[in-house]
Design a protein around this ligand. Structure first.
Ligand code: NAD
Length: 485
């Protein structure tokens, strides 16, 4: 049993004022594996006060000092990579290959931020003015359960690179991963209060951070519904807000695609992170003229896709994170059947070979129309829909006919055609014949997939406010005063 009864405020591990206990489960066995004592509003306020105290000195540190800190944090997280991997598999149920990627990603994002900072100019010219990029203040960072360590480290890296101090509210369901990451970051020896980590309920600790007048910036990753609540709450104090929300990403298979490549791409995009990924390619758009051929190949590939014990190296789909999530996915499978989609793989219930655990059968529907519930709503499980299209215009229209716009995938053997389609898709990222991540490129959503961008210079600028200084340089021409007002 893991008993987690400390949070991190002002550079020290402290017992929370909150005393509610929350149970942690191993989703592969459904057994209770730990208990976490949750922070409350008082703890959130203490953490915000610590970050506020640390801000004046930290915001004046220079780039070199902050790069050194990020590198120390990177080294400290890498030193705990095995421990983090174990926590990810036990508490979240990630299959081993995914778990390894997630554990490494948590340290990588710190190093990537250090690299971006090397070349980032905090002062630049704009006409006769100098523009200074100034850190916003205390940042509230709120993260989901589906990649806890990566989001804690990624958001923190960008905030600190910019010169902000932070209060982090991780998912209450990820307390084991959070503990490992917190211990690692503590080892990096940053000044007290620069980052604070308070695990608590979203509607208590998260809501306090979203409303508190001493928090200048919110960076949230999670569901669209909670993102909207946060945006409304943050409006009272006009906080700057970055929202990374849900998705219903299309995988567009062009009629020239080689299906031996397109099918694995579509399945890997759809089933990534056991289907519990905001960027999962859950709508597979296939040319009607080649539908039967595509169905045959993808069904045969799904039969070889293993959903089960995350520690088995042959497993590519682990359990859903919770009973609630398992039930939600089952409900969507039922809705798909009821609305007339044709089930061609998987279905309700657990895979045949598993007893306990919140496992879902890798499920695929065909004859889905884009107005069906399973094509419109984020399911967050291994349930994919094939939607047939006529011509390319039809494919683009279907791909863009969604409230979301986080990511899209294109499979094609004609680069020029694929790029032409990519340029017309409304999504923050469009991946052509690849699933590779590019840490220097912006990440974030169009429409209801979010506001703002993370990663690279875009991510750091989300924690900065431009300030124009006029009259500090010799003006080349003289302009009338107050011309901007
Ligand atoms: P969630 O929205 O339920 O919770 C996310 C975080 O917000 C948690 O820490 C939670 O405690 C907190 N929270 C809940 N209510 C709150 C409130 N009223 N005020 C402040 N904070 C509150 O999401 P989840 O179930 O943890 O994660 C799954 C969702 O996250 C999916 O919709 C997925 O698409 C999305 N997601 C998006 C991205 C992205 O980058 N766009 C990445 C991963 C996950």
């Amino acid at each position: 049993m893991h008993d987690i009864d400390q949070i991190y405020i002002g550079g020290a591990f402290v017992t929370p004022h909150g005393n509610e206990l929350f149970e942690l489960f191993n989703p592969a066995t459904e057994k209770v594996i730990g208990r976490v004592r949750l922070a409350d509003k008082d703890d959130a306020r203490n953490a915000i006060a610590a970050a506020k105290r640390a801000f004046p000195a930290f915001s004046r540190t220079d780039k070199r000092e902050r790069i050194d800190m990020l590198k120390r944090m990177h080294a400290a997280v890498i030193a705990k990579e095995d421990e983090l991997f174990e926590a990810i598999v036990e508490e979240y149920g990630a299959p081993v290959s995914r778990g390894r990627w997630m554990a490494r990603h948590a340290s990588n994002v710190l190093l990537e931020a250090a690299k971006v900072l090397e070349d980032y100019a905090f002062v630049r010219d704009a006409g006769t003015a100098k523009v200074m990029m100034q850190p916003l203040g205390v940042a509230g960072l709120i993260t989901p359960w589906n990649s806890d360590a990566g989001f804690i480290c990624g958001k923190l890296a960008a905030a600190l690179a910019a010169g902000c101090t932070a209060v982090i509210k991780p998912s209450e369901m990820s307390a084991m991963q959070t503990r490992v990451v917190t211990e690692a970051l503590h080892e990096a020896g940053l000044p007290a209060g620069v980052f604070n980590i308070v695990t608590g309920r979203g509607d208590i600790v998260g809501a306090e951070i979203s409303a508190h007048p001493d928090v200048a910036k919110l960076s949230f990753t999670g569901s669209t519904v909670v993102g909207k609540t946060i945006l409304r709450t943050a409006a009272d104090t006009l906080k700057r807000v970055t929202l990374e929300l849900g998705g219903k990403s299309p995988t567009i298979v062009l009629d020239d695609a080689n299906f031996d490549e397109a099918v694995p791409l579509a399945l890997d995009a759809g089933f990534m992170n056991s289907g519990q990924a905001c960027i999962a390619g859950t709508r597979i758009l296939v040319p009607r003229a080649r539908l039967a051929e595509f169905e045959e190949k993808i069904v045969s590939a799904i039969e070889k896709t293993r959903s089960g014990d995350p520690r088995d190296p042959h497993t590519s789909i682990g359990p859903m994170v919770s009973r609630k999530q398992w039930e939600r996915v089952q409900r969507y499978i039922r809705i798909g059947i009821d609305e007339g989609a044709r089930l061609i793989a998987g279905g309700e219930g657990r895979p045949d070979h598993v007893g306990a655990g919140w496992f879902v059968r890798p499920t695929l529907f065909s004859d889905v129309t884009n107005d069906m519930t399973i094509a419109r709503e984020e399911i967050f499980g291994p349930v994919l829909s094939i939607i047939a299209y006529g011509d390319i215009e039809d494919a683009i229209a279907i791909a863009n006919d969604t409230p979301y716009g986080l990511q899209a995938y294109i499979a094609s053997s004609d680069a020029a055609r694929a790029n032409a389609v990519a340029s017309r898709i409304d999504a923050g990222r469009v991946l052509v014949n690849t699933l590779a991540h590019e840490p220097a490129a912006p990440f974030g959503g169009f429409k209801q997939s979010g506001i703002g961008r993370e990663y690279g210079t875009f991510g750091i600028e989300a924690f900065l406010e431009p300030k124009a200084l006029l009259g500090v340089r010799q003006a080349r021409d003289s302009r009338p005063p107050d011309s901007a007002c």
